[in-house]
Ligand binder design. Structure first.
Ligand code: K1U
Ligand code: ZN
Length: 173
């Protein structure tokens, strides 16, 4: 069996990262092929999550694996938050679309989310800790929101400038 083809990841400040994703209409082989390619891309990039938005597909689909062994992939299709805890915590976040930048974001510490799996079956996920943070971060991507938008305008503009410069230098070689 050949490995799934890797997908290019959009880099902030690419405007396509601000696209609001539409629901997945049907969980079929096209979606399952996309899931396999997104998981391969996430593992290759050493991320713990990836939203379809980040690979320029604007449908409500997320893959996650927060396990140490990197062998517990989760697929969330059309995710919806049913409940979020009133308790919040500020935790360090990173993003494969904002390479090299880590900063604190305040979020609910626990969430309950409804989503479909890769077979179209409805499930409920109760999450806390890193999984809860990752689900919320990825669901933000589906709404066109990147974690740097929680930071101050000063920090965000510095990040934009730094990444735009890095991209220009990468193109120049
Ligand atoms: O780009 C992404 O959406 C994936 C992102 C997920 C994420 C990480 C940390 C907190 C919230 C969401 C990453 O995987 S960034 C790279 C990474 O593996 C990582 C970074 C910081 C802490 C833990 C993992
Ligand atoms: Zn991200």
């Amino acid at each position: 069996m050949t490995s799934p083809e890797l997908l290019p990841i959009l880099r902030y400040p690419d405007p396509r990262l601000h696209t609001v994703a539409r629901p997945v209409a049907q969980v079929d082989d096209r979606i399952r092929t996309l899931i396999a390619r997104m998981l391969a891309t996430m593992y290759d990039a050493q991320g713990i999550g990836l939203a379809a938005t980040q690979v320029d597909v604007h449908e409500r689909l997320i893959v996650i694996d927060v396990s140490e062994e990197r062998n517990q992939p989760m697929v969330l299709i059309n995710p919806a938050v049913e409940w979020a805890s009133a308790e919040t915590r500020k935790g360090e976040e990173g993003c494969l679309s904002v390479p090299g930048i880590y900063d604190g974001v305040e979020r609910p510490v626990a969430v309950r989310v409804r989503a479909q799996d890769e077979h179209g079956a409805e499930r409920t996920i109760e999450a806390e800790g890193l999984l809860a943070v990752c689900i919320q971060h990825e669901m933000d991507h589906l709404m066109g929101k990147v974690f740097v938008e929680y930071l101050s305008p000063l920090k965000r503009n510095r990040i934009k400038t730094r990444l735009a410069k890095a991209q220009r230098e990468a193109v120049r070689g």
